[in-house]
Ligand binder design. Structure first.
Ligand SMILES: Nc1ncnc2c1ncn2[C@@H]1O[C@H](COP(=O)(O)OP(=O)(O)OP(=O)(O)O)[C@@H](O)[C@H]1O
Ligand SMILES: [Mg+2]
Length: 346
């Protein structure tokens, strides 16, 4: 890219995070997918991303905290557009306006026609002059360095905040796929419920997420009960602030049912892979991507269950944005993906 030419930008618009990658720079921004606005005048945006999420659980009555992307799809077009535009401007800076860059935004495999139209509208509303949508699983596979072009199938499982996708890629396209509207966020909710039920303490989603990341393990490994955290919450009976001790074993128990559903869904999708493709996959195994893939012990658990080699990509949370950016920077690749139905020019 020359000094005066404009570059490509890839945006992974997820239900948990917006991640932005720029040509020649890599991932420059990741912020939570939240918008804070006035309840009576939703055009009045008070904050987006991290600044908005700070207000989670402590919003005054006259403000509204919204997640415009739910279950991997745009639920609120105007707010999604605001989120995209404001975070893109933050990442690009004034000197490289959105209008001048080639923008590629991810879309979930499982999104319906209506949801896709909503995403298209949100991307158009950002004012980007040259934009396209790419299937998030294909973007993640590119970002993870998988052989997407190869004439044999390769298997990718992405676990995001609220979507899980099992995809077999071959020849720049999707040979088979299953998308499920569940993900890592469901584990946060399970932890909140467990701590309320077993300890009588109410905690917020952010605390639950921290516990999942710090103490969570998909395997019942020895010594989990020795990993402890002291956490502050509200006593469920009295409403007063209180503290309680929690162990890795508690968190394992809390997430177990959710995790079981998740891995069973992956198993089911895996068992339904067409025979010819399954043959391609057995020697290479499965690649895990998406933020939720970072749960300790998850790759071991899947590997044990499926009797398959499972590897987690190097930067699971970055893959989709990196791949989208790679597409934005390479017209030939974009053309090939368009031919295979994985890319839509706007
Ligand atoms: N170390 C970790 N262990 C477990 N979970 C993690 C870890 N790090 C991040 N996560 C979870 O990953 C999720 C976010 O992943 P990601 O950014 O890929 O989701 P997303 O793309 O926004 O969502 P989706 O693809 O479902 O729309 C969050 O729920 C977060 O708690
Ligand atoms: Mg995602």
């Amino acid at each position: 890219m020359g000094v005066f030419s404009n570059g490509g930008a890839g945006i992974d618009l997820g239900s948990a995070n917006v991640t932005i990658s720029l040509e020649n720079e890599g991932v420059v921004l990741r912020e939570p997918s939240y918008v804070l606005c006035l309840r009576d005048d939703t055009d009045d945006i008070l904050a987006v991303g991290r600044d908005a999420r700070q207000m989670l659980g402590r919003t005054p009555e006259d403000v509204l905290l919204l997640s415009p992307v739910m279950d991997g799809a745009v639920g609120n077009i105007d707010m999604a557009a605001q989120l995209l535009r404001r975070l893109a401007e933050k990442a690009l800076g004034k000197r490289r306006a959105l209008e001048k860059n080639r923008l590629v935004v991810t879309m979930s495999q499982g999104c319906t026609r209506v949801e896709r139209t909503a995403l298209e509208e949100a991307v158009r509303a950002t004012g980007a002059r040259r934009a396209a949508l790419v299937r998030s699983s294909v973007a993640a596979a590119l970002g993870a360095g998988m052989p997407v072009e190869a004439p044999r199938g390769s298997l990718l499982v992405t676990i995001g905040g609220s979507t899980t996708e099992v995809t077999i890629l071959s020849m720049n396209g999707v040979a088979a796929a299953r998308s499920m509207r569940t993900g890592s966020l469901a584990m946060d909710e399970a932890i909140m419920r467990y701590i309320r039920r077993e300890k009588g303490v109410i905690i917020g989603q952010r605390t639950a997420e921290d516990l999942k990341i710090d103490l969570g393990n998909a395997m019942d490994v020895p010594g989990l009960y020795r990993q402890t955290a002291s956490l502050r919450g509200r006593d469920a009976a009295s409403g007063k602030p209180t503290t309680t001790e929690i162990t890795g074993a508690d968190i394992h128990k809390a997430i177990q049912p959710t995790l079981e559903t998740l891995v069973e869904n992956i198993r089911d999708a895996f068992e339904n892979i067409p025979a010819e493709l399954a043959e391609d996959i057995l020697p290479t195994g499965m690649v895990l991507s998406g933020g939720g893939a970072q749960l300790d012990g998850l790759s071991d658990r899947l590997s044990e269950m499926l009797k398959l080699n499972v590897t987690t990509s190097d930067a699971p949370e970055d893959d989709a944005a990196l791949g989208a950016c790679a597409v934005a920077a390479d017209d030939k690749l974009a053309q090939r993906l368009e031919q295979s139905g994985c890319l839509i020019e706007l």
